[in-house]
Ligand binder design. Sequence first.
Ligand SMILES: [Zn+2]
Length: 292
Amino acid sequence: MTDTMPTLRTLALAYLPPLDPSSDFEAVCRGLAADGITHIVLQEVCGAISLTDPGAGPHLARILRDTGLQAIACHGLERAPYVLRQPDPDARRRMVAAHLDVMRRAAALGACTYVLHLGDYPAGLEPAAAWEPVVRALDDLAAPAAAAGVELALENSLRVTYLARNAGELADFVGRYGHPAVGVCFDVGHANILDGVRVALDALRPYIVTMHLHDNDGRRDQHRIPGRGTLDWAAFVPGIASCPRLRHIETEAIKPPLGGTLADTEQHPPGEVYTRYLALLNAPGSGLRVPA
Ligand SMILES: [Zn+2]
């Protein structure tokens, strides 16, 4: 050991459990724990349990306690009624109420980041008008998030027809909104499709609070494991530690398409996937220490 040893940034890796609505969440969690996985991501579909169910909290808390898993991150509701851009006031009120409910439940289970999707960019609208409903939603969400100890993470998109249309637009918005509980979820798979990983990371770096790590062919959002796509992980990984607000990182591979099942998804054993992530993230020169 010499004083020239680089300082490593310690970050927890939250594993997204492979689930669809027919999964037995408790059995999946037991399997993950047996594979040495310690931290997980919560999402709406906890197998047959829905995070929107008022009774889900105690049920999930018991499973986490019994398996020893820590749920440090939550992917917020992501179906169409729950995207942040809801121009209709009633739809927006319902959307905000649903997010507050799930976000507080997730926070009580240990989550400190909550990922949000923004919706589509309405054709023909100027940016100020396009973003205005998002501002209104965040005005109702940001303070309760801060009170719950949660950072809201607006996810970068993968299509120019989505909000935001590119990483620079998202960075501009989050920077201008300027609330300490509002940051960015950097989805490296989306960046690989839309902006390019380096361009997106450079734009969003100051605001990133969590990351979605998965691979694809550069065209489709395939949620593949690292190495099963075109993403240059060796070039990307050393940039992770440079994000000042980053709380933790998340796997987002082996995720069924919205409303789909695991049968639609390329499968790999979680223990092997976890080992692959750890090897990439802890590689010499990564600047990271990701504990197993
Ligand atoms: Zn994502």
